[in-house]
Design a protein around this ligand. Structure first.
Ligand SMILES: [Zn+2]
Length: 100
């Protein structure tokens, strides 16, 4: 699937914890790798997924990734996914860094 980079407008929505697809609020955090984290819209009717690269909690760029229904990975096998807080907080607290 070719990368579909999000527009600046869509990035601003994600930074405010709004889904650019369904315009509802809230993402769950999926796998993190390097400087990017996967997020999924909490709206069960949407579940749009994005891979977001962020610095200092500000998304720099993001692109769409496959929903689970489109063949994306099953995140239910990951450690428990927690909702992102009210403010966009892509980075986990220090004691919550993924082991490498
Ligand atoms: Zn959505």
């Amino acid at each position: 699937m070719p990368f579909e980079m999000l527009s600046d407008a869509a990035l601003r929505l994600i930074a405010g914890d709004w889904c650019p697809d369904c315009h509802q609020r809230g993402f769950i955090r999926g796998p993190r790798g390097g400087m990017a984290v996967n997020i999924e819209c909490r709206n069960a009717a949407c579940k749009a997924r994005f891979n977001v690269a962020d610095v200092h909690n500000q998304p720099l760029w993001a692109h769409r990734i496959e929903k689970q229904s489109e063949g994306g990975a099953d995140w239910s096998t990951l450690p428990p996914l927690r909702p992102l807080s009210e403010r966009m907080r892509l980075l986990p607290p220090k004691d919550d860094e993924d082991e490498i």
